[in-house]
Design a protein around this ligand. Structure first.
Ligand SMILES: [Zn+2]
Length: 696
């Protein structure tokens, strides 16, 4: 899934994960049966997607997906599409059905809350009728701020648990800073408070700092948008206010570190006591800030980007109070635009949907209502979803694939000639202790502190974000639950949780087209198998190499191992640097390195696991395609996507994942791909054997 923080209002399907716009067309969901995966029942790959006029060695993505690309239109309410769109639609419909059933529950039943939240979003007339009333007390509170001390408290009150540095990898918060509660780098048995940079309303600092014409254009439109939002909320002098707000955000952007730098966890492990903040980041009144945030009892924090904290804190002192108050007001309005009259919601979408993502139309309202329920009560509805839609036989079949792919990794690690035996032993230990969750978690989030009212969308948003924040604060200092999930069962995605040494594969992704219990093994291993391998690979990649088998921050590599790993991965970064989706913008091989390594490692291990699953038999030929051809085509078709230029540009700048068309090209690094498609020197994707990147 894409980092959709601005595409749809609160779909934080962010993920250190595999999927952007997922896979093939929804095959008719066959009833799950306990049969060996190797029995071919459905198509191995979707032949109608292929463009056989292209040589696979020249452009494998076009060869695998060209006809699909030619004949697919992006729906007007989407920034992009993929053959898995029907699965997303179907999942939304199922959740909507569960919500409808929940509405029939007695008033005191917990599932009734799901329906009340949904109905509060659907009540457009009620939202319109209330007008600015729900917003006004909050605007009044900002207007009443008299000095920088009160400002510091107000800034503290905006802190929310809305970032996630390593699991769902979301480095974005529009608030001044963001909180992430997770196992402590320096004491992995307990949860601690991580603080991350924030304060920008646009998706990344590049939107403020880039000098390209496209970005200048976006900035000009952003300024018009900010002024329009302020005007709707009744402010005067809106052009000048908007200019000052953006000037402040520009100054904040200059203090931010880049997405690629955020990946280095050794630079992120900066424990600060509350006193350290005043000494290392003077400007903001930190005692007031932590007071406002309800964090006065916290004795230590991990500050992910110290220079940004120093810079942003200094800006609190050096920038006029009135500018900060306008910034606070604008951020408040934007964060609640969907709960305000239609004019606000429309203006919000006109900029963040149309201009930033190139999406002409909003998703249907009921789908956005489902998004809202998934975001705020995701486990409550997910519990119902898992019971209804995830058969135990599918769980068993995927768990068997996991075992095979783990075994493939084990063999690959043993066979590495460059890795020191001590390092190998730790890698194997990581595999041994790896928790792989399939379908749904073993416990559910408790939302009992979240009060939902069927006629108060604004209040529900406010209370929901606050309740989640308080739920996270309550965990500080407590013992960690290594089996806790960070995704809901209905999520169509998967995730690696490095500090827990754990993986989650939600029920949502364990369905056609990603996984079909009746499809040939070659297809399942090429698609969901590569996804599983991708997540396992994160255990060992440039991020995973920093955490040991207990999730501790410890570099378990010898210097020689590290030198080889860095040389091999630098080759992969260079390979991805050469891909240019726009004439003025190439992929950033370093920013996407972790995900590209995971794709490569996952593909290689899943290939081995599939071969093992054949138990010496040859794979069935399907429509003239050999098993190897089916495997690689299924992989490439897993990355079929069409995406609007604005959204693609946003992805290249802000996402750790490469766009799908380039992820499909990982096949260049695998020897069996050359044999499967008779790829020869001189063809565009051909790499001489020494140039193929081999990491695992
Ligand atoms: Zn990933």
């Amino acid at each position: 899934m894409r980092t959709a923080r601005t595409v749809t209002f609160l779909r934080h399907i962010l993920a250190c994960t595999v999927i952007l716009f997922p896979l093939f067309t929804l095959r008719a969901a066959a009833p799950a049966k306990d049969e060996p995966a190797a029995l071919p029942k459905g198509p191995a790959v979707n032949l109608s997607y292929m463009d056989r006029s292209v040589r696979p060695g020249d452009d494998f993505y076009e060869y695998a997906c060209g006809e699909w690309i030619k004949h697919t239109e992006i729906p007007a309410d989407h920034a992009g599409t993929s053959p898995a769109l029907p699965l997303e639609d179907e999942t939304d419909k199922r959740v909507a059905g569960l919500i409808t059933e929940a509405a029939k529950a007695p008033a005191d039943d917990k599932s009734r809350k799901i329906a009340d939240l949904y109905n509060s979003f659907m009540d457009e007339a009620g939202i319109e009728r209330k007008g600015l009333k729900p917003l006004q007390p909050h605007l009044d509170a900002i207007a009443a701020i008299r000095n920088k001390r009160q400002l510091a408290r107000a800034l503290g009150e905006t802190l929310r648990a809305d970032v996630d540095a390593l699991n769902n990898t979301n480095f974005y918060t529009p608030n001044l800073f963001g909180l992430w509660v997770a196992p402590d780098f320096n004491d992995v048995d307990h949860y601690t408070a991580y603080l991350l940079q924030g304060g920008l309303r646009l998706p990344d600092r590049e939107y403020y700092l880039s000098t390209s014409d496209a970005m200048r254009d976006i900035r000009a439109k952003y300024q018009t948008h900010v002024a329009a939002m302020l005007k709707l909320a009744g402010f005067n002098d809106t052009d000048a206010r908007a200019a000052r707000i953006i000037e402040l955000e520009h100054a904040i952007a200059e203090k931010h570190i880049s997405l690629a730098e955020n990946d280095d966890i050794h630079k992120a492990n900066n424990p600060w006591t509350p006193r350290d903040f005043a000494a290392k980041a003077p400007g903001l009144d930190w005692a007031e800030y932590f007071g406002g945030a309800g964090l006065t009892k916290q004795k230590s924090f991990i500050v992910w980007q110290p220079t940004a904290f120093t810079g942003e804190s200094a800006l609190v002192a050096s920038t006029p109070l009135e500018t900060w108050k306008d910034w606070l007001a604008y951020h408040l309005i934007e964060a609640h635009a969907i709960a305000l009259p239609k004019a606000f919601a429309d203006e919000h979408f006109a900029f963040f949907g149309k201009i930033l993502s190139g999406t002409p139309e909003q998703r249907e309202r009921w789908k956005r209502g489902v998004d809202l329920v998934n975001a705020f009560l995701g486990d409550d509805v997910g519990q119902l979803y898992a019971q209804r839609y995830f058969p135990p036989s599918a769980k068993a079949q995927v768990e068997a694939m996991v075992i095979n792919i783990k075994a493939a990794f084990r063999k690959r690690i043993d066979a590495l000639t460059w890795m020191n035996p001590v390092t190998k032993a730790e890698a194997q230990a990581k595999l041994d202790t790896l928790y792989v969750g399939v379908g749904y978690g073993e416990s559910w989030h408790d939302y009992s502190n979240f009060q939902v009212k069927a006629d108060d969308l604004f209040g529900n948003l406010w209370r929901g974000r606050l309740a989640e924040y308080q739920r996270q604060l309550a965990r500080l200092g407590s013992s960690i639950d290594r089996k806790e999930w960070s995704m809901t069962p209905q999520t169509i995605n998967a995730v690696n949780l490095p500090l827990q040494n754990a993986l989650n594969f939600p029920a949502g992704i364990l369905q056609p087209p990603f996984f079909d219990p009746n499809a040939p093994a070659a297809a399942n291993y090429g698609s969901i198998g590569a996804v599983i391998g991708h997540e396992i690979s994160h255990t060992f990649d440039n991020e995973g190499s920093a955490f040991d088998s207990k999730g501790r921050v410890r570099n378990w590599w010898t210097p020689d191992d590290l030198a080889h790993f860095e040389a091999a991965t630098a080759k992969l970064a260079a390979q991805y640097d050469t891909y240019k989706p726009f004439s003025d913008l190439a992929l950033n091989g370093k920013q996407t390195l972790g995900e590209n390594i995971a794709d490569l490692g996952g593909l290689a291990a899943s290939y081995d696991a599939w071969k093992t699953s054949l138990a010496g038999l040859s794979a069935p030929v399907h429509e003239g395609l050999t098993g190897d051809q089916q495997f690689f085509l299924a992989f490439a078709q897993a990355w079929a996507e069409k995406i609007r230029d604005a959204a693609l540009r946003q992805q290249v700048l802000t996402d750790g994942h490469s766009p799908g068309q380039y992820r499909a090209l990982e096949v260049r690094n695998l020897d069996p791909w050359y044999a499967a498609f008779d790829v020869q020197p001189g063809e565009k994707l051909y790499l001489a054997p020494p140039d193929r990147v081999r990491i695992w």
